[in-house]
Design a protein around this ligand. Structure first.
Ligand SMILES: Nc1ncnc2c1ncn2[C@@H]1O[C@H](COP(=O)(O)OP(=O)(O)OP(=O)(O)O)[C@@H](O)[C@H]1O
Length: 369
């Protein structure tokens, strides 16, 4: 059973967006309703209500935003202070052990025994999940092959690189063939190529095995590449939840670069003036940074459709400028987040109000790839 805001619907034969006679249901794998977690000195989650559908979902937020706390509550490992949460239709307060049978978990921190091999460790975790010995060994071999550790599977984990250890953690989360996996900062400590490999593996977990993924990161760029949907939290509150396409496509723009001419020594400025006169929104750089743009002679033109391409081409030709490039440019999640953050900072905090974890910690939301 999956739930949509408390309404129970059968999972058999149901896919995302099931149309009933009178209403449309959205199938979810996770639903939280006004979920809060308060520690004596900090509110880690603050009335968080969010629906997460099958697929690959990114949970993004600065260090201390509440990501790990949410995962622990969803696994039934820590109680919420108030509110409710369901995972695969199961209540986290009552069905924690069933949830953990059906959900894989890759913890953030290093938790691997150094003296055993990947095979021994993953077989052990498979047995702990209830698989019989033969199935546990077979699944372990398959899973280690999937994560690219087959050759090294008999070596002690203590001699592994960080990337290999992350793969062992991923393998133990997948070995019992869960319906859903929680991956807590799986790219932590990896170099750029290690990150790319891990992100590729995560996409294949869903594409090849149909396992839904909730993956946390404080690196917006990598979630943008990997996830169908992104949930942004800040100081335990929901900042935004939408599909990656919505994040990045809503405000698609054209990046336009032109040459200067004798008639127009500032070709970029001339084009900008002409397009503005034609009623088109033009900025010189993302976020309005004039200096950044002037060094690259780039204009960003809000694209309403095909006609914007035609208008830019005709205006460039009319001014006698050379068109160096005109390419569609999707806004990056980081920009959307930066805009939201700028808006939040414009609202002064009440005198004496405690600073949120977001405001007090390093490596925050702007720690983008
Ligand atoms: N057991 C605890 N006792 C007290 N405070 C806690 C506890 N666990 C977490 N916190 C606090 O709750 C807030 C959220 O922590 P959480 O670990 O969920 O954040 P996070 O988004 O996962 O960040 P990180 O990636 O740095 O772990 C932080 O301010 C943290 O210090």
């Amino acid at each position: 059973m999956y739930y949509r805001r408390g309404r129970e619907i059968p999972s058999s034969g149901v896919t995302t967006g099931v149309a009933g006679a009178t209403s449309v249901y959205v199938v979810t794998v996770i639903v939280t309703e006004s979920l809060s977690k308060r520690f004596p000195r900090v509110t880690a989650l603050d009335r968080l209500s969010v629906d997460i559908a099958p697929g690959v979902t990114g949970l993004v937020g600065a260090n201390g935003a509440g990501k790990s706390t949410l995962i622990k509550i969803l696994l039934g490992l820590a109680p919420a202070t108030e509110g409710s949460a369901h995972v695969l239709g199961l209540d986290v307060t009552k069905d924690g052990s069933t949830i953990r049978e059906r959900v894989g978990y890759m913890p953030e921190h290093d938790c691997l025994p150094p003296d055993v091999s990947a095979t021994e460790f993953v077989v052990h975790m498979a047995r702990m999940s209830g698989l019989p010995p033969t199935a546990a060994r077979e699944r372990t071999a398959d899973t280690l092959r999937h994560v690219g550790l087959y050759e090294e599977r008999y070596r002690p984990i203590g001699g592994y690189s960080t990337g290999m250890k992350q793969r062992v953690k991923l393998a133990q989360a997948l070995v019992h063939d869960p319906q859903l996996v929680f991956l807590d900062e799986p790219t932590n400590g990896l170099d750029p190529s290690g990150r790319d490999e891990m992100l590729g593996l995560i996409q294949r977990v869903h594409r090849d095995f149909g396992i839904s993924v909730l993956v946390t990161s404080h690196l917006l760029g990598e979630l943008e590449r990997t996830c169908d949907h992104v949930v942004v939290i800040d100081g335990g509150k929901l900042l935004r939840s939408s599909s990656t396409d919505e994040f990045t496509q809503v405000t698609a723009s054209l990046a336009v670069e032109v040459t200067d001419t004798d008639a127009h020594p500032d070709g970029t400025g001339a084009l900008r003036t002409a397009l503005a006169a034609a009623g088109v929104a033009v900025t010189t750089a993302a976020g309005g940074s004039e200096s950044l743009a002037s060094s690259g002679h780039l204009l960003y033109v809000e694209a309403a459709g095909e006609e914007t391409y035609d208008l830019v081409r005709d205006t460039v030709a009319g001014l006698g400028l050379g068109l160096v490039r005109m390419e569609q440019r999707r806004h990056q999640i980081a920009e959307v987040f930066r805009d939201a953050d700028a808006a939040a900072q414009a609202i002064p905090a009440p005198a004496g109000a405690p600073r949120s974890p977001h405001a007090t910690q390093d490596g925050g939301a702007h720690d983008v790839a």
